[in-house]
Design a protein around this ligand. Structure first.
Ligand SMILES: Nc1ncnc2c1ncn2[C@@H]1O[C@H](COP(=O)(O)OP(=O)(O)O)[C@@H](O)[C@H]1O
Ligand SMILES: [Mg+2]
Length: 378
């Protein structure tokens, strides 16, 4: 039997109303779909531009019933959506990615264990349920990073520890929540792969991005990554293996460390990824259109890169009581500005990003550096 795609003007559902949801709404609208966004924040960036904004909690029975009745398919923009919500919706309409894939990605213990048990290269880690799980000082894992298993993002819920005593202190600060203790790796650099996989098993990886972080938050992504072809091919193939092992349908972001020349899987996100924002301006199809395509059963788009790109995040820090000097950044003809329409600028909050396009990475980087300075970033 031929599987019919969900076609415009069908209503699609989005769990979460942040910037990732907003870009999904934009992509879906461009293609002729309507979108209902579920987010408890009345000012959510995606909710503000959606056809319907259900301003309710992610487990609100009436809101979930309305999504199930009015949407042909539902997806998510954040990993902390309750697995029960996805399961409940899946009984009534198409839901991608699956509750089981999201459940793994939202829990660091499940995620790390899944990577290791799948034979993927990961750094040394120890699961910490109780204080007694924290290794003694002579263990090779130190210096290490203690990370809470749930709800950590942008470096939040992480503590760098050199000894068991410091680890105990950090574990207490995290209220003895389940954690993962990871060996602190000497990083050469970091890369990521965003891919889309459809229900038939077709996979379209985007080019590998090279990422640098500032205070635990993504600062810059460079595409294509300045890594060897061997590293780039391996990163894409590992990301594809992960998607296949999960039976994943949708857009998946996988972060990697390159440590002493070796590629190690760090973590994954069951959704488009900040390091894939360059695809909006530099690829034939962007990660959000791919999310719509994978969700609705359309053929995946061409993920090929048509320009060298440097993406820079704009955090709330640059407001300092007034709007940044937008006129300076907007004067660059090859700079694409994206502001998320967030209600309030706070330090560390992702407010927008820009992408500089060029025919080579060095000139994109140079122009990005100038625009950063003009906006007071970093
Ligand atoms: N084991 C590690 N060794 C070295 N650096 C790390 C390690 N874990 C995290 N980091 C640094 O911290 C950043 C954020 O950590 P990550 O585990 O990706 O959490 P988040 O969910 O906040 O993105 C990483 O991108 C990397 O720069
Ligand atoms: Mg990360």
């Amino acid at each position: 039997m031929r599987q019919e795609a969900i076609l415009p003007p069908a209503m699609l559902g989005m769990l979460g109303g942040g910037q990732l949801g907003r870009f999904f709404v934009i992509a879906a609208h461009e293609m002729g779909y309507k979108v209902t966004v579920l987010d408890p924040d009345k000012n959510s960036p995606a909710g503000k531009i959606a056809d319907v904004h259900l301003c309710a909690a992610y487990d609100d029975a009436a809101a979930l019933a309305q999504l199930a009745q009015t949407c042909a398919a539902v997806t998510t923009e954040f990993e902390n959506v309750p697995a029960a919500t996805l399961e409940q919706l899946a009984a009534h309409c198409t839901v991608h990615p699956s509750a089981s894939a999201v459940a793994i990605a939202q829990h660091r213990v499940a995620e790390k264990t899944f990577f290791r048990d799948s034979g993927l290269p990961v750094g040394t880690f120890v699961v910490v349920e109780n204080e007694s799980d924290l290794p003694a000082d002579d263990h090779a894992i130190y210096p290490a990073i203690l990370k809470v298993a749930r709800f950590g993002y942008d470096g939040k819920g992480q503590a760098r520890v050199k000894t068991q005593a410091e680890a105990k202190q950090a574990f207490a600060q995290f209220k003895h929540e389940t954690c993962v203790l990871e060996q602190m790796l000497p990083l050469d650099y970091e890369v990521s792969v965003v891919l889309a996989r459809d229900a038939k098993g077709n996979v379209a990886p985007f080019p590998v991005a090279e990422n640098s972080h500032l205070n635990g938050i993504l600062d810059i992504s460079i595409a294509p990554a300045r890594a060897s072809e061997v590293i780039k091919a391996k990163a894409q193939s590992l990301a594809i293996q992960i998607a296949e092992k999960l039976g994943y349908v949708g857009v998946l972001g996988v972060e990697f460390f390159v440590s002493e020349g070796k590629l190690l899987v760090n973590e994954m996100a069951p959704r488009p990824h900040n390091s894939g924002h360059y695809t909006i301006d530099a690829c034939v199809t962007n990660q959000f259109e791919q999310q719509v395509r994978a969700l609705t059963g359309l053929p995946l788009g061409d993920s090929h890169l048509h320009s060298h790109a440097v993406m820079v995040n704009i955090l709330g820090d640059v407001w300092k009581g007034q709007e940044p000097a937008w006129h300076l950044a907007l004067a660059h003809p090859n700079l694409k500005m994206h502001l998320y329409g967030k209600h309030e600028a706070r330090p560390g909050r992702k407010m927008g990003h820009f992408t500089v396009l060029a025919t080579d990475t060095d000139s994109a980087l140079n122009q990005a550096r100038i625009a950063r300075a003009e906006l007071g970033i970093g």
